[in-house]
Design a protein around this ligand. Structure first.
Ligand code: PGA
Ligand code: ZN
Length: 405
């Protein structure tokens, strides 16, 4: 078995123009791989800590490099447990979630190279899966919240191709709708600049208007809403939570939890929404539980900031019946082993699994695409079908799709 022979780390830029780290793991058989750590803008309170870049570079190249030298690179679980124990905190605050993740994932990538198999197969082996299926892409085509400077309170307006499409057809539909939306926006005199995840970020629109613009775009592609294409949304409610209420500024609405539930009920009646992420902020358990009672038979109620890829937190959320689907972001927890444990737990309770990018993503890495195939995730969320760092992930899925055909 090849051993870890050297770990190096330097700074690199992410898609938002912020510095992050790139870590390289070199194995004794000459195989090597790098991983760049992404960073979110609307983070959950319990995410693994992102320590300053200069400090992370130092931690990876000194203490972690020394501690893992000579370790069996294929023993991912042991490597991750060494990192977890060395850190010794609940939130990876000592060595940094970013330092730890970069080593954990670069090690898995280098091991896949060493095995001469595609990354999704290597990850599938670790996960105990060798029959692969494809995730449905979630295309985020209008951006608001913390991902844009417009006035939209909800963060992500998504189009979701129907399950009947294979990945090629789903990808083509998403691209068509994205371009059609650009035309609709221009025709109506809206700006077409984009937000952090590549979706359009028009000024002076409301949530209902955003939905109607998207529906117009879908119809102009001769696709049927509710048959070919469905709608999804990440409200990221933590970002418009004010003390004691939710403030939808563009409509000047100050809503209690009950008021927000009614707001969602109207949106659900008028739109073909099948997916709603973070509809309440992470401590509003009452809102989550009540909404699940009302809507879980027809709607994916998705926890992101609520569960932050953390198995302990997910267990509590399952006990309280707060959600029926989960977002998976490896950098929320910090190691591959913990990420896979989280996915296993979610699946064992029948929750839908969505593998996700971050708004400040790595420029060209495609780890999450391989991960989504490896674990047979239900969805992959990588923003709009536009901008290099977003399409890198979808293009990688397409490559795997062709390979499996
Ligand atoms: P973030 O947002 O990467 O900025 O945290 C993504 C999301 O909320 O899904
Ligand atoms: Zn989210």
């Amino acid at each position: 078995m090849p051993k870890i022979s050297k770990i190096t780390c330097h700074k690199t830029l992410n898609s938002r123009g912020d510095w992050t780290i790139e870590t390289k793991v070199l194995l004794s058989d000459g195989s090597e791989a790098v991983y760049d750590v992404p960073e979110g803008a609307s983070k959950g309170e319990n995410e693994a800590v992102y320590i300053p870049v200069e400090k992370a570079i130092d931690v990876v190249s000194s203490v972690i490099n020394e501690a893992l030298n000579g370790e069996d690179a294929y023993d991912q679980s042991k490597i991750d447990h060494i990192l977890i124990e060395m850190d010794g905190t609940e939130n990876k605050g000592h060595l940094g979630g970013n330092s730890i993740l970069s080593v954990s994932l670069a090690c898995a990538k280098a091991s896949a190279v060493s095995n001469k198999i595609p990354l999704y197969k290597y990850l599938g082996n670790i996960f105990g899966n060798d029959t692969f299926s494809f995730p449905t892409p979630l295309f985020n085509i209008i951006n608001g919240g913390k991902h844009a400077t417009n006035n939209l309170s909800f963060q992500e307006f998504m189009v979701i191709p129907a399950k009947k499409y294979n990945f090629n057809d789903a990808y083509e539909a998403g691209v068509k709708i994205y371009h059609a939306l650009e035309k609709v926006l221009r025709k109506k005199g809206y700006e077409t600049e984009v937000g952090d995840e590549g979706g359009f970020a028009p000024e002076n629109i409301t949530i209902p208007i955003a939905f109607s613009l998207i529906k117009e775009a879908i119809l102009s592609c001769k696709l049927e809403i509710g048959e070919d294409i469905f709608l999804g949304n990440d409200a990221a409610a933590g970002s418009f939570r004010k003390p004691g209420s939710y403030f939808i500024k563009e409509e000047n609405l100050n809503l209690s939890t009950k008021g927000l539930i009614s707001y969602y009920e109207v949106l659900l009646e008028k739109n073909e929404l099948i997916y709603l992420e973070d509809p309440f902020y992470e401590n509003d358990f009452e809102g989550w539980a009540e909404f699940m009672k009302l809507k879980s038979d027809k709607l994916l109620i998705v926890g992101d900031d609520l569960v932050v890829t953390n198995t302990k937190i997910l267990k509590r959320a399952i006990e309280k019946k707060l959600l029926n689907a989960v977002i998976v972001k490896p950098n929320q927890v910090g190691t591959l082993t913990e990420t896979l444990e989280f996915i296993k737990l979610a699946k064992s309770f029948g929750l839908s699994v969505i593998i996700s990018h971050r708004s400040g993503d790595n420029a060209s890495d495609t780890f999450i695409s391989d991960l989504s195939v490896a674990v047979n995730a239900d969805f992959l969320k990588s923003g709009a079908p536009s901008r290099g760092e977003r399409v890198a992930k979808y293009n990688r899925l397409y490559e795997i799709f062709l390979e499996m055909k």
